[in-house]
Design a binder for this molecule. Structure first.
Ligand SMILES: [Zn+2]
Ligand SMILES: [Zn+2]
Length: 349
C-alpha cells in the first residue's frame, strides 16, 4: 500500500509499505479520508512524545473508512462496514481506562500493554490502510458522509469535555472561545444540548460566519471589540455559566476568568504553545471551577456519531481543503501557512 511516512522533522514522503495485518481484537480499515490538525504540525516537526521512530511512522489521527478485514475475536464489524474512530485506544486494564478515562491511560504509549493512540503513538491514517482496536471504532450511519465522520472524532473532544465538566447546560449561557474545528463542533453540541445562548468568540471573520451558520446565537470578533465587555453585555453583566476555551491563545484563559459568572465553570480543551498566566485568585473569589479534558474519551464519539446521524452535528461544512495522499506535503504547507484560510484540511488516499 501507499503510506505517508515521516523520515525526519518536516520530511514526509509517500512510500510503499506492506498492508498491516489486524491482530486479535483489531480491525483493518481501508482509509477513505483523514483529517489534519495542529497536533499533526507538532508531530511533523518532531515535537510530540512517544511517536514511533522516524522512517517507520505514519501519522494521521482523524481517519474514517471501510472495514477491509477483522482480526481474531472481532464480531462487532464485518468487511464493508463504514466506520469512524476515536484516536485513543486505552490499555483497558489501568484504573483510568476502567473508569472510561482512556485518553489519560496510565499506560499511555505502552504498545506492549495494548495502548494505541493512532497517528500519535502508533501508525495512523495517512495511508491506504490503517489498523485500530475494535474498541476505538464506531459504525457510521448511512447518512453520515466520510467528511462528516472526520469531524465526528473532533466533536467527541467537545462532548467529552462537557461530560467531564458535568455540563447539564440546558437553559444556560455558554461562551466558546476559538472557532476552530473543536470550537465549532462544540458550539453545535451546546446548541443541541439546549444551551440558552451560545456565544462564539474569535478573530477570523470567515470562521465566525461559519459559527453563526452552525448555530452560534452571537459571534464576537475579539479583533474588533473587547470580548470581555461584549460577553458581559450579552449576559446582563453577570457572565456565562460556562466558558469553553478551545482557542489555545495565551490571552484567552484570563478572558475566561472575566467572562464566567460567579459559581460558573471554565472548561479548557486546548493546548498552548507556551505557559499562560491568568488570575487564579479571581477564580477563587468568584468560586469558579476549572475543568480540563484531553481528546475524546468516555465513549463520547459514540454520542457524536448518534448526533451526526440524527442531523444534529454537521462536519462537512468545516472541510475547506481536500488533497490526495501523494500531495500530503503540499497539504501541510497550506495548513501551516494558513493559505486560503483553511478550517479542516483532509487527505483522501
Ligand atoms: Zn488532532
Ligand atoms: Zn489504560
Amino acid at each position: 500500500m501507499r503510506a505517508a511516512v515521516l523520515f525526519g522533522p518536516g520530511d514526509i514522503r509517500v512510500v510503499q509499505r506492506p498492508v498491516p495485518r489486524p491482530g486479535p481484537g483489531e480491525v483493518l480499515v481501508r482509509v477513505a479520508m483523514c483529517g489534519t490538525c495542529g497536533t499533526d504540525l507538532k508531530i511533523f516537526d518532531g515535537h510530540f512524545p512517544l511517536t514511533p521512530p522516524f522512517g517507520e511512522f505514519t501519522p494521521g489521527h482523524e481517519w474514517t473508512g471501510t472495514v477491509a478485514a477483522v482480526g481474531e475475536t472481532v464480531d462487532e464489524f464485518a468487511v464493508g462496514d463504514r466506520v469512524c474512530i476515536e484516536a485513543h485506544s486505552g490499555c483497558g486494564r489501568c484504573d483510568n481506562c476502567i473508569t472510561g478515562r482512556y485518553t489519560a491511560c496510565l499506560n499511555y504509549g505502552n504498545a506492549a500493554k495494548a495502548h494505541r493512540a493512532t497517528g500519535m503513538t502508533a501508525n495512523g491514517g495517512f495511508a491506504e490502510y490503517a489498523v485500530h482496536h475494535v474498541r476505538a471504532l464506531y459504525p457510521l450511519p448511512a447518512n453520515v458522509s466520510f467528511a462528516d465522520a472526520v469531524l465526528v472524532t473532533t466533536a467527541g473532544t467537545g462532548l467529552y469535555g462537557l461530560d467531564v465538566a458535568g455540563a447539564y447546560i440546558a437553559g444556560q449561557d455558554v461562551a466558546v472561545l476559538g472557532p476552530g474545528p473543536v470550537g465549532l463542533m462544540t458550539v453545535q453540541a451546546c446548541k443541541q444540548l439546549a444551551a440558552r445562548q451560545v456565544i462564539l468568540v474569535g478573530t477570523r471573520p470567515s470562521r465566525l460566519e461559519l459559527g453563526a451558520e452552525l448555530g452560534a446565537d452571537h459571534v464576537v470578533n475579539a479583533g474588533e471589540v473587547d470580548p470581555v465587555r461584549a460577553v458581559l453585555d450579552l449576559t446582563d453583566g453577570q457572565g456565562v455559566d460556562m466558558a469553553i476555551e478551545a482557542s489555545g491563545g495565551p490571552a484567552t484563559p484570563q478572558q475566561c476568568v472575566e467572562i464566567t459568572k460567579r459559581g460558573g465553570k471554565i472548561l479548557v480543551v486546548a493546548f498552548y504553545p507556551t505557559d499562560v498566566t491568568f488570575d487564579l485568585s479571581a477564580m477563587v473569589r468568584k468560586d469558579i471551577t476549572l475543568y480540563t479534558s484531553r481528546g475524546e474519551g468516555g465513549n463520547n464519539v459514540k454520542r457524536a456519531v448518534a448526533m451526526a446521524g440524527a442531523g444534529k452535528l454537521r462536519g462537512e461544512q468545516l472541510v475547506t481543503h481536500r488533497f490526495a495522499l501523494d500531495d500530503i506535503a503540499e497539504a501541510f504547507r497550506v495548513l501551516r501557512e494558513r493559505e486560503g484560510d483553511p478550517m479542516k484540511v483532509v487527505i483522501a488516499p
